[in-house]
Design a protein around this ligand. Sequence first.
Ligand SMILES: Cc1ncc(COP(=O)(O)O)c(C=O)c1O
Length: 374
Amino acid sequence: MRPASRFTSIDISLIRQMNAMAKPSTLNLGIGEPNIPPDAELLAMARAAAEGDWHYSPNAGYVSLRRLIAARHGGAHDPENEVCVTAGTMEALYAIAQGFVDPGDEVLVPDPGFLAYPAIATLTGATPVPYPLVPGSWDVDLAALHRLVTPKTKMLVVNTPSNPTGAILPEPTLRAIAALCDERDILAVSDEVYSEVFYAHRPPSMLGMGRNVVVVDGMSKSHVMTGLRMGWILARAELMATIYKSHQYIATCASVFAQHLAEKILSDGTWNAGWLDGMRAQFATQRDALLAALRREAGLELAPPEGAFYAFFRVPAEDSLALATKAAAESDVLVIPGIAFGDRGEGWLRVSYASDIATIDDGIRRLAPYLRGS
Ligand SMILES: Cc1ncc(COP(=O)(O)O)c(C=O)c1O
């Protein structure tokens, strides 16, 4: 059976392929999910959530949950018409693209950037067009972005804090992109799934910066809920009318168990604030341990990433996939080659610090010879 032609250029993600190399003994620094176990209160909330209704919820999610989500994002969105609860941020991105992008359109995606963006664009029949981030600061090269806009550009994806770079986009950059999208009638989709995972300062959100801005967020990264599939979309009502239809025919509704749990979490402001502080403190400690290990073992001096739980740095190799594959095969340490995130990621590596400090220390010790090019 021949697969649909839109799948010819799509492969299982390189991150998943790399992770498939992991053995029980592997020191895994490739992981994209928090290593923080749920505390007693979170487990109690999960047990209570299981006692909730198991039937379908409204397609867009329980209104009571949508109210909490709207409040969490500043209260400017109408829970009835401007919030949609989704099966994770991934479904949110897919539903938006399916709702607005036609075959032949162009979709601007960050390079380096999360590898689902070009795949989601391709699955609509559109062409993904990578726009460059400035190496090091990983800010958007706005002049280059402007040059890449054409009459076919329909959607532009922004990601802050970023996977893989860990950078937070400055507010003026977000405002400039929102203005560009309003001026050229482009849908601006801001993926803010790491919005709660930050260190020195809270990332500015793109929400409310323009009429065409749509924000997606969720609880995978903030609350160790990667497997529970809890995400959401905020957009003005006219855009949301199409998103509701798209989401209905993809997912019907998000898991009601995850919705009950999300509702308990977001309505317990005191517990939630404490949890988020604890999560950030643990990642900050692990981040500092990673930076110290890179300095000690490989003589690498990195500026601390501002958000998410990834460090992205240059390696002395032109073929990052070959380097990562060699490190996995010879030294049983797993990292993600930069090429997984686009052509401009080539020559870089993504190391996740969502791991305990012993794994980070041992992993970097094993990785060090490859980082020194020997
Ligand atoms: C930038 C980015 N967006 C979206 C997702 C998907 O998250 P979710 O579990 O909410 O679908 C991920 C997961 O790794 C991610 O890194």
